[in-house]
Design a protein around this ligand. Structure first.
Ligand code: CAA
Length: 240
């Protein structure tokens, strides 16, 4: 029987590449998405991967979403917490809502999805959870107190849950991407982005597939001894 995975934010950007990489590995993938119906529909038609709409910042919606995936595809073995948003701005300009939205989605989403899936993985003695952190959670970033705090929280969350899952065959790891060629990074002002890329030793933005490759490795059957780790994929921009 194929493993079943949920990839949050799995129909676009890095999430799309992750969904495809897991599918290639023989995993039955459910791609969650939050809002863009047209892109999700196009993704599902193109790839044959079913897409499921719910808001990962909503605890009850995660419970219901996972129930639906389990009814249609089977028990969830793998969760990739990839859904994330930015609301960049210096703290002087950042509203409370900008803070809350980013924390609730990027970090709260990891908690909500783990609450809905970790007990089943533990009961079946096999699971893989991969959380997408960020270089900006490791190093900080001007204009991102919300995002950096959420992503940094993801790294702590990962190490704590890894300890809880270890004896039950559930590994929990994080990937810390650098600047990847996605819509999120394209939204950074051109001049600001040019300065950031100039500091990347590899000399370019990363590709979504380069993150997906790492996720596929961490989700593999023979990756059971890798847990609580953070894999940095950032072109050498930050060596942690
Ligand atoms: N360090 C120190 N000072 C900085 C700075 C930095 N990194 N960046 C900007 N400043 C200074 C500027 O020099 C400027 O100073 P002066 O007023 O003295 O000239 C001041 O801060 C204001 O700068 P801006 O004009 O840029 O201010 P703004 O309010 O228009 O925009 C901002 C601020 C929204 C934070 C903008 O600079 C920005 O978008 N920065 C990029 C943030 C970023 O990297 N986001 C990543 C998104 S992608 C992502 O998050 C994915 C991932 O995981 C990597």
């Amino acid at each position: 029987m194929a493993r079943v995975a949920i990839v949050t934010g799995g129909t676009r950007g890095i999430g799309e590449a992750i969904s495809l990489a897991l599918q290639e590995q023989g995993v039955l993938v459910a791609a969650n998405y939050g809002g863009n119906d047209a892109k999700a529909r196009a993704f599902s038609e193109r790839t044959g991967i079913k897409s499921y709409k719910w808001d990962v910042s909503d605890y009850d919606a995660c419970q219901k979403g996972v129930e639906l995936v389990e009814a249609e595809l089977g028990p969830v073995d793998i969760v990739v917490n990839n859904a994330g948003i930015t609301r960049d701005g210096t703290i002087l300009k950042m509203s409370y809502q900008d803070w809350k939205d980013v924390i609730d989605t990027n970090l709260g989403g990891c908690f909500n999805m783990a609450k809905a899936t970790f007990p089943g993985m533990r009961a079946r003695q096999w699971g893989r959870i991969v959380n997408i952190g960020s270089i900006n959670g490791q190093a900080g970033q001007y204009g991102q107190v919300n995002y950096a705090a959420a992503k940094s929280g993801i790294h702590g969350f990962t190490k704590a849950l890894a300890q809880e899952g270890a004896k039950a065959g559930v590994t929990v790891n994080a990937i810390a991407p650098g600047y990847i060629d996605t819509e999120m990074v394209a939204a950074v002002p051109q001049d600001v982005l040019a300065k950031i890329v100039a500091k990347v030793p590899v000399g370019r933005l990363g590709m979504a597939q380069e993150i997906a490759r790492g996720v596929a490795f961490l989700c593999a059957e023979d990756a059971g001894f890798v847990t609580g780790s953070t894999l940095s994929i950032n072109g050498g921009q930050h060596m942690y």
